[in-house]
Design a protein around this ligand. Structure first.
Ligand SMILES: [Zn+2]
Length: 542
């Protein structure tokens, strides 16, 4: 042990050496300079491994954890007294949609949840020029670390458009070239969104061939599956098949059961993942801690209608027989999901009429059409789709399944959120409360999982899965991404009605040694860096 930590210290010293030497040579008076930039004292360290907490001070130097144990605070430039609260690795949120982070660089809704690293580009939607995207951090510094996937939907849209057809051989090649370039630029893997336009038009083989490219560069396959309701088992099988054929790990995004008829079937769906793992396949899942999901309104409409995009769909809907067919299919799918009407579907943001925000489709239909039958509700959905679409919150999951999925060792906690600011939208509360809700509600109040296990699901498991080799644990030599929270008071405050509310109980958040949340206030620090996948290093080294 002593030998190991001595080696790590040497490594840290070597990394810091150029600066140290510079100081010694030019100032000549640095012998009394503080040894550490920052020391967190009096902490209960939950180190991310799942092991029980222990008492220690943690010292930070040049953005890295330099010492764990007893530290003399006179050796530190800055000291934070944790006052017996929990010190954990900063949370890694592997399922986000933060392509717009550069317009909200503090990412306050994430930082306030204790999140220090984000993986974006999920669900088939990403920047297609990953080098340019991650490179923006240089000119537009952000508060958190950022990684991205290269998304199949965005690549397909660029090459094939929004049409419901297979790519030609040449188009498939072009898509593979874009994915290859993205992996070389540091994407951490390939994502799909197989309910969205145009991802939904892809056959399994098309995805396997693209996933092979990601596999060559050490990436993973993250998927918003083709179905999370009645055909969820088939969709899990397809995801596993893609990983097996392409030879790369599979991450099933926002693992859930959204058909009321299948509530309670999570032992079966988790069993499919366990079986795959028993065969030696790396399959993991992530989850947000709520019984409602959130996505677009258009995902409710049949995929054939959406072929070619909104303008094409509008033309089709002008034909009464086609519109009637849409209504019949939507009614059928509602029934198969076990829902009697669209009361479970609530508007998060509808730009054509913001007074709809926060109201359910059933309520809106009553207001607009003075009707409460399902056909009128579907008409209302079609009207809103034609008027530009809406972001939605769907109350479609069972609490027992949420709990069972959370207890599974291979489940990570991830928000599926974007960057938010307080406005008149009514987004899903997960973007403000997810991590705090797990630690307050599920850990402390329900005792569903242990604190240390919950932290593991937010730190070392995501780091291991996405290849962030020097993050997710409190270890000497690791990046100093840290969070301090009070296990006795931490809680989410964001609700479905009033989501724009930060959690309580999280006081300090540190990213690469930079304090981004101090005493519950966001600071001016922007210490976030790009987290690039192994493909980048392979090319970078040549
Ligand atoms: Zn998704």
């Amino acid at each position: 042990m002593i030998k190991l930590s001595a080696r790590l210290l040497l490594l840290v010293w070597l990394l810091a050496a150029p600066t140290a030497i510079f100081r010694t040579v030019h100032s000549g008076t640095d012998t009394t300079a503080p040894l550490y930039d920052l020391v967190v004292t009096n902490a209960l360290v939950v180190d991310g491994s799942g092991n029980p907490w222990f008492r220690a001070d943690v010292a930070v130097k040049d953005g890295r954890i330099a010492k764990i144990g007893r530290v003399n605070i006179s050796q530190a430039k800055r000291t934070i007294d944790a006052k017996g609260q929990i010190l954990a690795p900063g949370f890694i949120d592997v399922h986000t949609h933060v392509e717009s982070i550069f317009s909200l660089p503090t990412a306050e809704n994430f930082v306030r949840m204790g999140v220090t690293s984000l993986v974006t580009g999920n669900c088939g939607s990403s920047a297609t020029d990953v080098g340019e995207f991650l490179g923006r951090i240089q000119s537009k510094p952000i508060s958190v670390n950022l990684a991205t996937l290269i998304a199949h939907g965005s690549v397909r849209r660029k090459v094939v458009g929004l049409d419901d057809r297979a790519p030609t051989a040449d188009e498939q090649k072009q898509m593979e070239t874009i994915v290859e370039r993205a992996m070389q630029d540091g994407a951490v893997g390939l994502s799909t969104g197989l309910i969205y336009t145009p991802g939904t038009y892809a056959k399994t083989e098309e995805i396997v061939d693209l996933a092979r490219v990601a596999a060559r560069y050490g990436g993973l396959y993250a998927t918003h599956m083709r179905n999370e309701g009645e055909k969820v088992a088939d969709a899990i099988r397809e995801s596993i098949q893609i990983g097996e054929q392409a030879g790369l790990p599979v991450e099933i995004s926002h693992f859930k059961i959204s058909s009321k008829k299948l509530w309670g079937q999570s032992p079966m769906t988790l069993g499919l993942v366990r079986d795959a793992r028993a065969r030696g396949l790396t399959v993991t899942v992530d989850q947000y801690a709520y019984t409602a999901s959130s996505t677009s309104l258009e995902s409710r409409l049949p995929s054939w209608l959406r072929s070619g995009g909104l303008e094409e769909a509008k033309k089709r809907l002008a034909d009464n027989a086609t519109r009637e067919k849409v209504v019949v299919e939507m009614k059928d799918s509602l029934k198969r999901g076990g829902f009697k009407d669209f009361d479970f579907a609530v508007v998060a943001s509808y730009s054509a009429d913001r007074t709809f925000n926060g109201k359910s489709i059933a309520e809106i239909t009553k207001l607009v059409k003075k009707k409460d039958d399902v056909t009128s509700q579907i008409d209302q959905i079609i009207d809103m789709y034609v008027a530009g679409g809406a972001g939605m919150v769907y109350h479609g999951m069972g609490e027992d399944d949420v709990k069972r999925i959370m207890q599974e060792p291979f489940t990570m906690i991830a928000s599926d959120s974007g960057v938010h600011q307080n406005d008149d939208s009514v987004p899903h509360p997960r973007g403000y409360g997810n991590n705090a809700r797990v630690l307050g509600h599920y850990v402390r109040e329900l005792k569903l999982i242990a604190l240390e296990d919950a932290v593991r699901k937010m730190t070392s498991l995501p780091a291991q899965t996405f290849g962030f080799q020097d993050r997710g644990l409190i270890r000497e030599g690791f990046a100093a991404d840290l969070v301090i929270f009070d296990e006795n008071t931490i809680n989410d405050r964001a609700t479905y009605d009033k989501p724009h509310q930060f959690p309580v109980g999280i006081s300090f958040v540190i990213v690469n040694g930079g304090v981004v949340l101090a005493d519950n206030q966001v600071t001016e620090a922007r210490p976030g860096v790009a987290l690039r996948g192994p493909g980048y290093q392979i090319v970078g080294a040549s």
